[in-house]
Design a protein around this ligand. Structure first.
Ligand SMILES: Cc1cc2nc3c(=O)[nH]c(=O)nc-3n(C[C@H](O)[C@H](O)[C@H](O)COP(=O)(O)OP(=O)(O)OC[C@H]3O[C@@H](n4cnc5c(N)ncnc54)[C@H](O)[C@@H]3O)c2cc1C
Length: 475
């Protein structure tokens, strides 16, 4: 490894290379803190030429490479399961081109999501996919996980907003896929751009992304709707969509998370609410106002006890800030939490929320919920104390039980956080052997030796029992 270390240093310089054990600890996990593994080294290239050179070198030495952005993944997607080089794009954060007349921007993959909107805002545009982690996560990570966010209900997830991208293959060959920044929109041929989006770093390293920008809507109507119960709020979600209204965002918070968020940030959420919906409508002024009135009528019919409307842009921004920092508020009520990410058909929301309550009492753990209700994309946060092995095991089991129920209800094991190492064993529950083989075959076209982000997504022969060690602890 010493020769390789020196060769890497020659490419990226001392600033771009980390191999000191105490510094490597920073990279031992992502936001799924249950699984940790110290990588062999971390490399921080400053530009695409350095990425290409590093990939060529690692290919020649047959060393696994784990692409990494900000490390906010919630599924262990950047874990160096058997060591290897973590290739972290966080120094490549430039916005290379802001092309407002053509409503697009070219950004380096390490650019933080929110910075794209910040740069486009002056011209009246924004980048629509807005994961709640958008002040930290990178465009490269968003592409690799096909990220969603509160505002992807109406406007679509990452794949709907990426026109093209550069992928450096595991052997170091760069490819441009999709619309090229120097050309007009050409969508002919097989959409390999689409194949890379959601491939969780297993197809190569994304270095640049050409994103679509959207014009800022003329008007926003942002409503905070208070219900006595999750059941009522869930029914209201169904009623709104059934009525033909697709809000820009339709988010739910249950009683436990609402209290935690209020105690942390003092926005003004009612501490005794059974559940809260945040409904945001956007578009031209007249239609948005009509839709807002209709939503308020529908919510009242489902039992809403109070409806507040954001009276200013500042109030709207404060409301979203509180919602997007909800996970951070958990630190006040629990030492640890496990975020689950499942999907159910919207009509099954009342059923899955009821089931989550059952799971909470069966496993004797508190579970709070803050999620993209309009998409049926649930995020139960299972609260536990990692210092207690029994609680930890129960938390993992509770999370799995919820995902299994999502499948039974016709849903999915992931809405936006990906599979990583966390949900590999559940892939066989959702996909047939043929489906999984087709995915593996596609991966091997890009990465024939399986050295780019190995041990992710696909179940192993040992069904992950080797890795998710805490599952083995006594329940
Ligand atoms: C508080 C919180 C809230 C969140 N809210 C949301 C949400 O609303 N919606 C949502 O979708 N997700 C959410 N997430 C999950 C996470 O932020 C997203 O998955 C995000 O896209 C990860 O970006 P990242 O830069 O941190 O990537 P990382 O965590 O570093 O990596 C994630 C995956 O992308 C791959 N990858 C990263 N960069 C590259 C690259 N340049 N080329 C190839 N592969 C790459 C990695 O190998 C890995 O497989 C949340 C996470 C947290 C902690």
């Amino acid at each position: 490894m010493t020769d390789l270390n020196q060769a890497i240093r020659d490419i990226v310089g001392d600033k771009g290379f980390i191999a000191e054990p105490e510094q490597l600890i920073v990279y031992e996990c992502d936001a799924l803190t249950l699984e940790k593994k110290i990588p062999t080294a971390v490399v921080l290239p400053a530009n695409r030429a350095e990425v290409i050179a590093i990939m060529q070198l690692c290919h020649a030495h047959q060393v696994p490479v784990i692409p990494r952005g900000a490390g906010t993944s919630l599924s262990g997607a950047v874990l160096a399961v058997e060591g290897g080089i973590v290739l972290c794009l966080s120094r490549m954060q430039q916005i290379l081109m802001m092309d407002l007349p053509n409503q697009r921007a070219l950004v380096e993959a390490g650019c933080v999501n929110a910075w794209v909107t910040r740069a486009a805002q002056e011209g009246g545009y924004y980048y629509a996919p807005d994961p709640s982690s958008q002040y930290a996560c990178t465009l490269g990570g968003n592409v690799a996980t096909n990220s969603g966010g509160p505002h992807t209900l109406k406007h679509g997830v990452t794949t709907n907003h990426v026109l093209g991208l550069e992928l450096v293959l595991p052997d170091g060959e760069p490819l441009w896929l999709g619309v090229h920044p120097d050309e007009g929109e050409d969508h002919s041929g097989i959409d390999l751009r689409g194949a890379v989006i959601g491939s969780e770093g297993m197809f190569g390293v994304v270095t640049q992304v050409l994103v679509k920008l959207m014009p800022e809507p003329e008007c926003y109507e942002t409503l905070l709707v208070v219900f006595e119960s999750v059941e009522q709020a869930s029914r209201a979600v169904g009623a709104i969509i059934r009525d033909g209204i697709i809000p820009g965002a339709l988010e739910m918070m249950d009683a436990l998370i609402t209290r935690a968020v209020e105690e942390a940030y003092q926005f003004g959420f009612p501490l005794d609410a059974g559940a809260i919906l945040i409904v945001e409508l956007d578009g031209d002024s007249l239609q948005t106002k009509l839709d807002s009135e209709q939503v308020q009528a529908l919510c009242t019919k489902q039992g809403a006890r109070e409806i507040r409307r954001a009276a200013s842009a500042q109030e709207r921004a404060e409301l979203w800030k509180s919602r997007k920092r909800a996970f951070g508020a958990i630190g006040r009520i629990s030492p640890n939490y496990l975020t689950q990410d499942g999907v159910v058909p919207r009509s099954k929301l009342p059923e899955i929320m009821h089931y989550i309550t059952e799971v909470s009492s069966r496993y004797k753990l508190r579970i709070c919920n803050v999620f993209h209700a309009g998409d049926g994309n649930i995020h139960p946060l299972v609260l536990f104390d990692e210092r207690d092995a029994d609680q930890t095991a129960r938390a993992v089991q509770a999370g799995e039980a919820i995902l299994e129920r999502c499948l039974e209800l016709g849903g999915s094991i992931s809405g936006e956080h990906g599979i990583g190492v966390e949900k590999r064993s559940l892939m066989e529950r959702q996909f047939s052997e043929h489906d999984l083989q087709a995915m593996k075959d596609l991966r091997s076209v890009f990465d024939p030796h399986g050295r780019c982000n190995p041990h992710k997504v696909f179940p192993t022969a040992k069904r992950c029992a080797d890795f998710f060690i805490r599952k083995q602890a006594p329940a």
